[in-house]
Ligand binder design. Sequence first.
Ligand code: NAD
Length: 458
Amino acid sequence: MTPTLTIHNPATGELIAELPADTAAVVAAKAAAARAAQPAWAAVPMAERLGAIQRFRALLVAEQDTLAATLTAEMGKPIAQARNELNGLLPRIDFFLEQAEAAVRDEPVFADGGLQETISHIPLGVVANISAWNYPYFVGCNVIVPALLTGNAVLYKPSEHASLSGRHITRLLHQAGIPAAVMQLLVGGGEVGAALLDQRIDGLFFTGSHATGVRIAQALAPKLVKLQLELGGKDPTYVRADANPQAAAESLADGAMYNTGQSCCSVERIYVDERIHDAFVAHFLATVAGFKLGDPMDAGTYIGAITRAPQLDVLDGQVADALAQGAVLHCGGHRLAGPGNWYAPTVLTNVHHGMALMREESFGPIIGIQKVRSDEEAVTLMNDSRYGLTAGIFTRDEARARTLLAQVNAGSVYWNCCDRVSPRLPWSGHGDSGIGLTLSTHGILAFTRPKAWHLRQP
Ligand code: NAD
């Protein structure tokens, strides 16, 4: 019997779709088809591959209303933010379109008499992408687009919480001219992801939780497959005494609560110099009070539903633990009545690193704000984490910001900004935030392997 993936709207609890899920046998058949189709795709001239991705881009624009509504229905993201994600995808695609050809061009590195040495960049082969739900268009396309452009076949397993969006991505790529065997959608939950690991693949690109990432790394270890893991974070920001407390608070409240706090690079910890702490907190609370929570389909909504119901227990647990240890609750701190999964925006002060709130990923609209006395204390606290995805500093002093950010353990660092991703810069984590990277020209080459040519004229 074919298994079924049921999809519920997290804002209403309503059943919105039932999709036939893939069995292990179907996963194996799709992997075999991708394997067979990949060499012909790699032989297609780059100009044709670029043309297909250009058509995919045009289809994303043409179908934006449908795509945004689906994304909002299946994961509870406010519709304005669903549109932002789709619009934000376009410059990423443009970057890949502009850079792919040059990134994989052969590199002559030595020539002397009859001897030539050249590096070429050949596709990995069959690339698997197991993906998260929080930004399905971003995390999916960060992998799929450069993988296809560089001549790989893709086995794409979107999250069970974003499978309708994953279906749209795949459908549009096929419509744009990517052969069906080259771009394969796998439907289902963790068991389908696990079945994918049993196939012969040449690269596994994963976005999701640390726990699943470790499980995947363990499963793949004997196969010696190229592995990239983009995992969680507990991203800190430090607000120095010389910062503008209002500007910093407005930016950081957005960084903490955008996408209902369900971003890998959400601001998750804030350290504020004691001299401006109270002013900062007042502005922060005023900003949060202005965030409209409600129907995600309403264009004015800023805070939507919590996508996964079990996360409500994590949020409750972090709040209870913080309050038991003396934290001060300024707003929220509780779930909201259903149907659907809802959590009130929550701000806590008087927090410390003995609290789970300041150590474990929250992935929801809750934030702890801790008072600090010096730059040194702030940097020590920022680095007191097993994660290292992003970190930021708000200050007027650029030189000081550069000095402090150089000391912080994070793949991306921000001065007077936060919760930001650029297609031109590599996206990577330190520590438990992962291994490998996407985006930038490095994130194109990640889907290739270098081949060394030693050529001697007879
Ligand atoms: P998750 O780990 O629960 O699931 C991710 C994917 O793994 C899903 O497609 C799931 O079906 C699959 N999966 C589950 N068990 C599996 C198994 N045993 N074998 C193979 N596949 C399996 O994570 P999630 O809830 O979808 O995503 C949230 C997490 O993702 C957060 O921690 C967030 O910080 C992180 N994230 C990181 C980035 C980044 O760029 N670093 C971006 C987005 C999200």
